[in-house]
Design a protein around this ligand. Structure first.
Ligand SMILES: NC(=O)c1ccc[n+]([C@@H]2O[C@H](COP(=O)([O-])OP(=O)(O)OC[C@H]3O[C@@H](n4cnc5c(N)ncnc54)[C@H](OP(=O)(O)O)[C@@H]3O)[C@@H](O)[C@H]2O)c1
Length: 296
């Protein structure tokens, strides 16, 4: 039995789907107010049963009984929350868990320093220092689900407004990963001994200039839309004023700065060790556009 922690998030349902299709039995740790609709729908459409265990990572004790019923764990809670990870590692040791796969992020590799980056690096060190047979996967930006915060949002915006705003000249390189390639990677590594004690970057097939990515979106959407380019420095100034006024800004100057940098990562180790073979952006975005066309 594999216990999924963080399954009620964005990545959870596709991971559950892939595990069930591959023949694994899964249970999901949920909190009292977790929304389990996506997980129930996934299990129903796979024609499989799943189990739920209650508990919160705020307390090691509350997750012990869920861990005792599991053979391995897939941990999908943001590693920025080092305190939650520490509680998990403590409980996993007490429950005798040996194998766990953790989802980190290529954020740990970007040159700029940030609180999120240093917390995630610290968490990765704690995992590596634990007694677990661990594998850490570091995806780039994930897209491809109806409720992703990245391209689904972008496509809905473009369809509604007919334009899109970019910060900088759009020459920065990106390599987003399709969500099902992340789910597939997790399913491939969970039982593979040669991936233990290793960390893998996983990314989309090709690196693309941001503006070329928009051209692909345009051709796949079959909709001509305007691109408004805002200079990076000007945008940072604008966003820092907005951040001060808003108090709880949805964009920060640091994020604008990070948008301008290249985010390109080699995945040759993942390809060698577990045949990681991601789809192209053209294919991924086409699949996402189809998903968005289906009415609920
Ligand atoms: N999204 C991306 O583009 C992206 C890119 C690279 C890497 N990643 C990494 O992929 C992983 C999954 O990301 P995601 O976007 O799916 O995350 P998410 O949507 O933010 O989901 C977070 C999950 O963590 C659970 N959680 C939070 N606090 C908890 C607690 N105290 N006890 C138990 N569960 C708790 C949430 O449960 P509730 O439903 O109960 O709140 C939810 O299931 C993360 O490690 C993230 O850093 C994501």
């Amino acid at each position: 039995m594999i216990l999924l922690i963080g399954a009620t998030g964005f990545l959870g349902p596709p991971v559950l789907k892939k595990l069930l299709e591959t023949g694994y039995e899964a249970s999901c740790l949920i909190r009292t107010d977790s929304n389990i609709t996506g997980l129930l729908d996934t299990a129903k459409s796979a024609g499989k049963k799943i189990l739920f265990s209650s508990g919160t990572l705020r307390s090691s004790d509350s997750i012990i009984s869920a861990l005792k019923k599991a053979d391995s764990v897939i941990y999908m809670v943001d590693l920025e929350h080092t305190d939650l990870l520490e509680n998990f590692l403590n409980a996993a040791r007490r429950a005798g868990i040996k194998r766990a796969v953790f989802i980190s992020s290529t954020t740990v590799l970007i040159p700029q320093n940030s609180m999120a980056k240093s917390r995630k690096i610290n968490s990765e060190k704690l995992i590596a220092g634990s007694e677990l047979d661990y594998t850490i996967l570091r995806p780039t930006m994930i897209y491809g689900s109806k409720d992703d915060n990245n391209f689904s949002k972008m496509i809905r915006f473009i369809k509604k407004r007919g334009f899109f705003v970019i910060f900088g000249n759009g020459n920065n390189l990106i390599q987003p990963i399709y969500i099902e390639d992340v789910a597939d990677s997790i399913t491939r590594v969970i039982d593979s001994k040669n991936t233990c004690s290793k960390i893998y970057n996983i990314a989309g097939k090709d690196s693309l200039k941001y503006r070329d990515m928009l051209d692909i979106v345009r051709s796949k959407l079959k909709k001509n839309f305007k691109i408004i380019k805002l200079p990076l420095q000007f945008s940072k100034l604008l966003i820092s004023i907005y951040a001060k006024i808003s108090g709880n800004p949805s964009l920060t100057p640091g994020q604008i700065e990070r948008m301008g940098i290249d985010k390109v990562y080699s995945f040759h180790e993942a390809a060698a060790d577990f045949d990681f073979s991601p789809v192209s952006f053209e294919d991924g975005i086409e699949r996402l556009i189809k998903k968005l066309e289906v009415k609920n």
